[in-house]
Design a protein around this ligand. Structure first.
Ligand SMILES: Cc1cc2nc3c(=O)[nH]c(=O)nc-3n(C[C@H](O)[C@H](O)[C@H](O)COP(=O)(O)O)c2cc1C
Length: 209
């Protein structure tokens, strides 16, 4: 199974080769893979910022305990969750769903009402937990897709979300920084290149009942 070999090949890259860039074509493939991720109800309650601007990346690095992947990776993907999923977002999704599948929009009213009533019942904190959880699924897809393309990556949550939100003005846009996927190519000087995978035995991780 190729996926096993690819997952063994990938590792959380600490040191990227700053001279190597992910091609525009591969970046489009990564974007498509992320877009094909599963999400709760299919609502995709997040947005992904691809941060190229070097000055902004320097500022973000300072808010990420100086981690070099922030400035040195080829592309920095910041997964941002929506702070709120209101009725208009549900309606937007239902319209897209109806258009793509040639459905009558009226026929999804009950489904829409059910989703809206579930969203309304969430406190702002519960809403944030729920929307940010969705970003982690998309991040997982990014890591697996990157590995298939032999693109290195580092998942990252070691950063100050409040600072990131301020630097990027995210709250004003109804968003909050959730998690990062840095992608690029490993530097052969990265000490982790030779580090062996540390994983539990399958018998400990799984239990059949
Ligand atoms: C959600 C998440 C956040 C992480 N945050 C960081 C981080 O901020 N910096 C870092 O160097 N590695 C980070 N890692 C990488 C993990 O330490 C790494 O995935 C783990 O040790 C397993 O090693 P492997 O991915 O190389 O197999 C993070 C991983 C995940 C899944």
């Amino acid at each position: 199974m190729n996926i096993i070999d690819n997952l063994k090949w990938r590792y959380a890259t600490k040191k990227f080769d700053t001279t190597k860039k992910v091609s525009a074509e591969n970046l489009e493939l990564l974007k498509e893979a992320v877009n094909l991720s599963a999400s709760s109800y299919g609502l995709q309650p997040f947005k992904i910022l691809i941060i190229e601007n070097p000055e902004i990346r320097e500022k973000l690095r300072a808010a990420a305990w100086g981690q070099p992947q922030i400035t040195d990776s080829s592309h920095l993907l910041l997964f941002c969750n929506y702070l709120e999923v209101g009725p208009e977002k549900v309606d937007g999704y239902l319209k897209l769903r109806a258009d793509i599948n040639n459905l009558k929009l009226e026929d999804s009213k009950d489904y829409g009402d059910m989703m809206k009533s579930l969203m309304v019942a969430l406190t702002p904190e519960q809403m944030e937990v729920w929307t940010s959880k969705q970003t982690y699924i998309a991040l997982g897809t990014l890591l697996a897709a990157a590995a298939e393309l032999k693109i290195d990556s580092c998942p990252m949550e070691g950063f100050d979300k409040v600072e990131f939100n301020k630097i990027l003005g995210l709250n004003e846009k109804g968003l909050s920084a959730s998690v990062i996927g840095a992608v690029g190519y490993r530097s052969q000087d990265d000490p982790y290149v030779v580090f062996k995978k540390v994983r539990k035995p399958l018998a400990e991780l799984f239990e059949t009942i």
